[in-house]
Write a protein that binds this ligand. Structure first.
Ligand code: NAD
Length: 267
């Protein structure tokens, strides 16, 4: 088991990607804290996992709630070995239509909260015996190249990569490893929202799938496998990395229109 007896917090784990990450960590024998602004959803995910799982309501925009999250984790499970900063919101708007309130909302959840919670987690990881831990920040394939109408999201996630590298090199000598995972398109509510906002959802789906070399979105559990590895000691040489788990999206130079052909030859 990759995470035997490790205590891991996953934010935004009441659904979507976070739920998949929490499930894989739990399967790998971790004690998992599922935190989400939707408290009942967090509790329901914890119940579905059974033993070694605790569901807590937590709005990551509140510093007090972040401190309470770590305190409750340590009270319940005795220590903290892993943190996954996964809670995030998207914002699809042209740059000139993006308001300062949009900017504030996205940056506060996708970037600021990850920094504040990482600080609190690191202080706990340095105070406990044995010392140390591992943090994984969930960024996005947008940290390879931007998408139009994503200025606030892209700024937050590029900021998250800068934060990951900066904190990683400072804290590695003290036994805390920090890395990022950049997923491509994952089949969650965010993807449903993107399709719903398209003039033709089916065409939108065809277009995106044609631009993912594996031809499909990633499943939350597939990101969970990468995160569990990064949380575990097996990745002990990795510090400050941004790992792309994107089905090949960031390796493809040109985008493709959906593949169309007329039959040639045959009988
Ligand atoms: N879905 C994708 O294609 C994709 C791709 C790359 C990266 N990501 C990243 O993965 C992460 C999870 O996204 P998802 O696709 O699962 O989205 P989602 O909307 O399905 O889940 C996000 C979760 O975060 C919670 N949340 C929102 N605001 C919160 C707050 N203030 N405090 C605590 N929890 C809050 C929500 O309740 C929800 O459970 C995000 O950081 C997102 O940027 C998603």
């Amino acid at each position: 088991m990759l995470l035997q007896d490790n205590v891991v917090i996953v934010t935004g784990a009441g659904g979507g990607l976070g739920k998949g990450i929490a499930e894989v960590c739990h399967r790998e024998a971790a004690k998992v804290v599922i935190a989400d602004i939707r408290g009942p959803a967090a509790i329901s995910v914890a119940k579905s996992l059974g033993d070694r799982a605790l569901g807590l309501g937590c709005d990551v925009r509140s510093d007090d709630e972040l401190a309470a999250l770590v305190a409750a984790t340590v009270k319940h499970f005795g220590r903290l070995d892993g943190l996954v900063n996964n809670a995030g919101v998207n914002c699809v708007k042209p740059a000139l239509d993006t308001t300062s309130a949009d900017w504030q909302q996205v940056l506060s959840i996708d970037l600021r909260a990850s920094f504040v919670l990482s600080q609190i987690a690191c202080r706990q990881m340095l105070a406990q015996t044995p010392i140390g831990g591992s943090i994984v920040n969930i960024a996005t394939v947008h940290t390879h190249g931007a998408l139009p109408a994503s200025v606030a999201y892209d700024a937050a996630k590029w900021g998250m990569i800068g934060m990951t590298k900066s904190m990683a090199i400072e804290l590695a000598p003290q036994g805390i490893r920090i890395n990022a995972v950049s997923p491509g398109l994952v089949a969650t509510q965010i993807w449903e929202d993107v399709k719903a906002a398209a003039p033709d959802p089916r065409q939108c789906e065809d277009y995106f799938y044609a631009n993912i070399p594996i031809g499909r979105p990633i499943e939350p559990a597939e990101i969970g496998e990468v995160v569990a590895f990064l949380l575990s000691d097996r990745s002990r040489a990795m510090v400050g990395a941004n790992v792309f788990a994107d089905g090949g999206m960031s390796s493809q130079l040109l985008s493709q229109a959906p593949f169309e052909f007329k039959p040639i030859g045959g009988n």
